[in-house]
Design a protein around this ligand. Structure first.
Ligand SMILES: Nc1ncnc2c1ncn2[C@@H]1O[C@H](COP(=O)(O)OP(=O)(O)O)[C@@H](O)[C@H]1O
Ligand SMILES: [Mg+2]
Length: 455
């Protein structure tokens, strides 16, 4: 509407000035022609003879005055100024010694347009009179009014058309978004559903992205559920054993002290187990929640492995297992979250000792090439069945539950180790053969920007 209004105003103004300019020129030319016709013989008689034959527009009034401003000729008969004094600005200008042609357009008090022109009548370079022509400009204005009305109608039509068009376009464009929003708002609180929008445009892409997000959320929710149910199950097992032991102890009349001691020792083991599980769970949630606050510090990875080695050596010696640490001579500097990485190496090496029979070997080797750092933990233990290798990293998963309980396992160690290694953008590879042994290799990428990003 603003554009139309500006354009319309500009057009009308231009039309006004150009049409009136043209009209002014026309009137001036007429006045000049008349002046030249009568300049030869500037007598009242001659003028009144000649001029009535000159084709003058109907609505034009021609007045001829002499140098005393007395009217010699007037086309208007009824209200004729003939023989009277007639003077106005234009005539005054024309009568000046250096007499000039002038013409202008003006509006009278009633709002009607007029165009006037005055020219001097000159003979032998003397001004001997003046010709004044005045003509109604109404017809010119009418033309402009016509055009203005047409513009108004056209503008109105354009506005209506554009309005309808853009309103319908807008609804076509926003309808899918509205449907989408409604769908999301109406989605049942306890379920995640895919939105059905099959268009190939941006909305379709948005819907696809939304559906992918829904899938990921469902997957996460699934993991969370499994975790909670596993965790509660794992916590319940030692509890029910304790309950069973204490119940049977209470029901036994006059139990002998040896019997009580055995039961209490079993119960204490289960309490230890519970504590271990809870500690691991806490470790895990800490890693989940404090990722932002983790501090990556340039550290010699040899120190980390050495720390694990020192901690595990008594355990291995106890079990008559030979624990070896092969390390490079040069330092192996990497930005790491020290506690997390230590925990990862510890959990894997601890397993190797746990799942290796007395008399076996466990070797930790630290090495590096241009791109990666490798921590390989090799044992001559019981090995892992092929079909189980992928599952051992799942939370609470243990290959053989009974044996794992015997060895004090929680099924959380490897899952914690994997999280920790992933935090360093690394991965863990497992090679294992039953009754022969296993090799766990932690690979940590060496490039700084990788390891420093932390996710
Ligand atoms: N070095 C290994 N040799 C044989 N089995 C292993 C080894 N490391 C892990 N496992 C198997 O993977 C399971 C998961 O390990 P982990 O998550 O550390 O739990 P756990 O608390 O039982 O040690 C173990 O219960 C065990 O069955
Ligand atoms: Mg373990």
């Amino acid at each position: 509407m603003v554009v139309l209004a500006v354009l319309g105003t500009f057009l009308i103004t231009t039309l006004y000035s150009s049409l009136f300019d043209q009209k002014k020129m026309e009137v001036l030319t007429n006045a000049n022609v008349i002046a030249s016709i009568i300049s030869d013989d500037f007598t009242e008689k001659n003028i009144n003879d000649k001029l009535p034959q000159f084709p003058i527009e109907k609505n034009a009034r021609v007045i001829v005055v002499n140098t005393d401003s007395v009217v010699l000729f007037d086309t208007y008969k009824e209200t004729s100024f003939k023989d009277k004094m007639f003077l106005n600005d234009s005539i005054t200008k024309a009568m000046l010694p250096e007499g000039t042609n002038s013409s202008n357009a003006f509006k009278d008090k009633e709002g009607d347009w007029f165009i006037e022109a005055a020219v001097p009548v000159i003979r032998n370079s003397h001004t001997i009179g003046a010709v004044y022509v005045i003509q109604s400009g109404d017809s010119t204005e009418e033309v402009i009014l016509h055009i203005r009305n047409a513009l108004f109608i056209l503008g109105g039509l354009i506005i209506i058309f554009v309005g309808i068009f853009s309103a319908s376009m807008a609804s076509v464009l926003t309808l899918p978004i509205e449907r989408f929003t409604k769908f999301i708002n109406n989605m049942p609180k306890d379920s995640l559903q895919h939105v059905q929008i099959n268009s190939r445009d941006e909305i379709g892409q948005l819907a696809e992205a939304f559906n992918n997000l829904i899938d990921r959320m469902a997957e996460l929710e699934d993991k969370r559920r499994t975790f909670v149910s596993n965790a509660s199950h794992e916590l319940k097992t030692p509890l029910s054993i304790i309950k069973l032991l204490s119940d049977s102890l209470m029901q036994t009349e006059n139990p002998d002290p040896e019997f009580i001691k055995e039961f209490l020792s079993d119960m204490s083991k289960e309490v230890d187990r519970l504590t271990r599980i809870i500690e691991k769970l806490l470790d895990m949630t800490q890693m989940d929640s404090s990722q932002q606050s983790m501090q990556f510090v340039h550290t010699d990875v040899r120190e980390i492995v050495q720390e694990v080695y020192d901690k595990l050596l008594p355990l291995a010696t106890n079990k008559n297992i030979v624990l070896t640490f092969n390390q490079p001579d040069d330092e192996v500097i990497l930005p790491v979250e020290r506690d997390t990485l230590t925990e990862a190496v510890y959990n894997i090496a601890d397993n190797s000792i746990k799942y290796t029979e007395s008399g076996g070997n466990v070797t930790i080797s630290l090495s590096r090439d241009l791109g990666n750092i490798y921590i390989a933990i090799t044992d001559t233990g019981i090995g892992i069945p092929k079909e189980e290798v992928q599952k051992i990293f799942d939370r609470f998963y243990r290959v053989d539950k009974a044996r794992a309980r015997e060895t004090g396992g929680t099924g959380l160690g490897l899952s914690i180790a994997l999280d920790a290694v992933k935090l360093h953008n690394g991965h863990i590879e497992v090679k294992s053969e039953e009754e022969v042994g296993s090799r766990f290799t932690i690979t940590l990428p060496y490039s700084e920007e990788n390891t420093l990003s932390g996710d």
